[in-house]
Design a protein around this ligand. Structure first.
Ligand code: CP
Length: 314
């Protein structure tokens, strides 16, 4: 947490939600809620970051995070530089740090970075010029803070601002999921009433990640009465690694179907960060059904990323 704060305790980068004070999180969610009306059109906010240059520096694939950051940057009036690692000099062996320094020299003020290595974004932040802003768009299995924020905004819109009254269930491959880690950091900071985690033992972390959670592998029992079900993508390579016996078995034990969803509270919402494996961790009927908030999450991504950019760069 201290790596992302300046001497006065203000955010200078956004690297993680771990240790983030509840008040800072709530202020960010309130601002995102207020910005929602500007997130999907209009030009009212175009002066907010006028004259700034922001680069989406993605070393891993993305649809939702990259596109919503690109829109958020443009809605706030900043110059957008989309860095495409597959056509850049990184393919000739240029290091990530030399890439950052090269773009800083062109006057780029902010970098939205996704990287497969844990800690890669924090390492770049340590080497950046004073005043350069780094925003973590997902590093390894560690952090995806803006996904955590947009998930909290989605919960807040559906269930109200009092998280202490909520029971939230996270299901699936928590061990390899940066989304789950950021969600857990945020849910704990917001003092959620009960956080349950369900998945096969082979896909659950055995460190202190699940501290404070109710943990189990009986999906039907864990669904009982929850207000929100957050499904995670099954990364298919887990089968070749022997962590999952078969996709059919996984669907039978941990797939969310309409029949299963009836065990949750009648007004429970269903969330998934995407991309979804329809028919594996979630059926199409649930993903497209009335309790699904999957597209609301996507929509909230633009507003949340506007709020983060404004807080760090305006
Ligand atoms: N949720 C998420 O991070 O999706 P993308 O990989 O498409 O950005």
């Amino acid at each position: 947490m201290s790596e992302q704060l300046d001497d006065a305790g203000r955010l200078k980068h956004l690297l993680t939600l771990e240790g983030m004070p509840r008040g800072v999180l709530e202020a960010m969610l309130q601002r995102a809620d207020a910005l929602a009306e500007y997130a999907h059109g209009g030009s009212e906010m175009r002066d907010a970051l006028a004259g700034k240059a922001v680069c989406t520096l993605f070393f891993e694939a993305s649809t939702r995070t990259r596109c919503s950051f690109s829109l958020a940057i443009q809605r706030l009036g900043a110059d957008l530089l989309n860095f495409d690692a597959s056509f850049a000099s990184t393919t000739k062996g240029e290091s990530d740090l030399d890439t950052l320094k090269t773009l800083e020299a062109m006057g780029v003020h902010g970098f939205i970075v996704r990287h497969k290595m844990d800690g890669a974004v924090a390492a770049l932040a340590r080497s950046a010029l004073p005043g350069t802003v780094l925003i973590n768009a997902g590093d390894g299995r560690s952090n995806h803070p803006t996904q955590g924020l947009l998930d909290m905004l989605t919960l807040r819109q559906a269930k109200g601002p009092d998280f202490s009254a909520m029971k939230v269930l996270i299901v699936g491959d928590v061990n390899h999921s940066r989304v789950a880690r950021s969600d857990l950091h945020a849910l704990h900071a917001l003092r959620t009433g009960e956080v349950r985690v369900c998945g096969p033992a082979s896909l659950l972390p055995d460190d202190d990640t699940l501290h404070g959670c109710v943990v189990g592998d009986d999906f039907d029992a864990m669904l009982d009465g929850v207000d929100a079900v957050m499904m995670l993508r099954l990364q298919r390579e887990r089968m070749s690694e022997g962590l999952v016996t078969s996709l059919d078995d996984y669907h039978r034990d941990f797939g969310l179907t309409m029949a299963r969803l009836r065990r949750a509270a009648p007004d429970a919402i269903v969330m998934h960060p995407g991309p979804m494996n329809r028919g594996i961790e979630i059926t199409g009927e649930v993903a497209d059904g009335p309790q699904s908030r999957v597209l609301q999450q996507v929509a909230n991504g633009v507003a949340v990323r506007m709020a983060v950019l404004e807080a760090l760069l305006a």
